[in-house]
Design a binder for this molecule. Structure first.
Ligand code: OGA
Ligand code: MN
Length: 283
């Protein structure tokens, strides 16, 4: 089978690769092509795939160690690697959770609140609403590059404190309880991180980012808000409009992403299978 790497999907990233059947083992050459496309385009789309969760796991494992999903998610063990994300409640009925402060509907990078956040996340579209239910990706390397030099100098060397749920907390509200702080200890990462493969600098922030280390909290938050607003401008964003069978993988080291609440979530089902590949400590 011959494969085709399409034209870039947007200025901000994204490319489609057709002609690969991801359910079968791929040659080292093909994998290298995919890795190259991932490095250059950050979001790689493989349309029209038919994948069991085990096949998805096997494909994604080509890119690194696939993370087991957290214990919170009560799904059978053998599916721990490709877990379900959906808008369904435990009885299988669609519900609208888009306003939750920890939801995927806010700009975020996956698990930025870990010391070693994942480098890659993949989603495979199983059930979709008739229209909408998009995912947006914002290129934080482009965002960084477009900052005024004075801002680049100002933010150089700053570190961002992340912890799970930080996005929900307003400055000046009561501090977290010791139990909360134990369960979700803060970690700090460079606000400007260097991509380990491309060497490009990118902003690292988003939901779950709390404040800047060593800066008054409100001031740090205001800076993070401003940078977030900057790097999520339309010229830095690729919007993925899903089709059933799309396997999309993206680079968490230079992108923010969010689900878009542009469908009737209380009515239509949206189900995707997700895998996450372990990353390294950001520097
Ligand atoms: C994720 C995520 C967005 C979406 O799986 O990490 O943020 O569109 N998903 O479902
Ligand atoms: Mn996510």
């Amino acid at each position: 089978m011959s494969c085709t790497i399409g034209a870039p999907l947007s200025e901000a990233g994204g490319v489609t690769i057709t002609g690969f059947d991801l359910s079968t083992p791929l040659s080292p050459n093909r994998l290298e092509q995919i890795r190259d496309a991932f490095r250059v385009h950050h979001v790689v789309v493989f349309p029209e795939q038919v994948l069991s969760r085990e096949q998805q796991f096997a494909f994604i494992a080509n890119f690194g160690e696939v993370e087991r999903h957290g214990a919170r998610n009560a799904q059978p063990k053998r599916y721990a690697a490709a877990h379900v994300i959906s808008n369904l409640d435990k009885d299988g009925n669609p519900v609208d959770r888009s306003t939750s402060p920890v939801s995927n509907y806010r700009w975020h990078t996956d698990k930025g609140y870990y010391r070693m956040p994942p480098m890659l996340t993949a989603l495979y579209a199983v059930e979709l609403p008739p229209r909408g239910g998009d995912t947006e990706f914002a290129n934080t390397a482009m965002g960084y590059a477009a900052l005024p030099e004075a801002t680049k100098r100002r933010i150089e060397g700053l570190r961002v404190v992340f912890y799970w749920g930080a996005g929900a907390r307003q400055p000046g509200t009561s501090p977290r309880s010791p139990a909360e702080a134990r369960e979700h200890p803060p970690v700090d990462h460079p606000l400007v991180r260097t991509h380990p493969e491309t060497g490009r600098k990118a902003l690292y922030l988003g939901n779950h980012a709390s404040h800047i280390l060593g800066m008054p909290e409100a001031e740090g938050r205001a800076l993070l808000d401003k940078l977030l607003e900057h790097t999520t401008q339309p010229q830095f964003v690729y919007t993925h409009r899903w089709r059933i069978g799309d396997l999309v993988m993206w680079d968490n080291r230079c992108l923010l992403h969010r689900a878009v609440a542009n469908y009737d979530m209380g009515r239509h089902r949206r189900v995707l299978h997700r895998s996450v590949v372990r990353g390294t400590v950001p520097y």
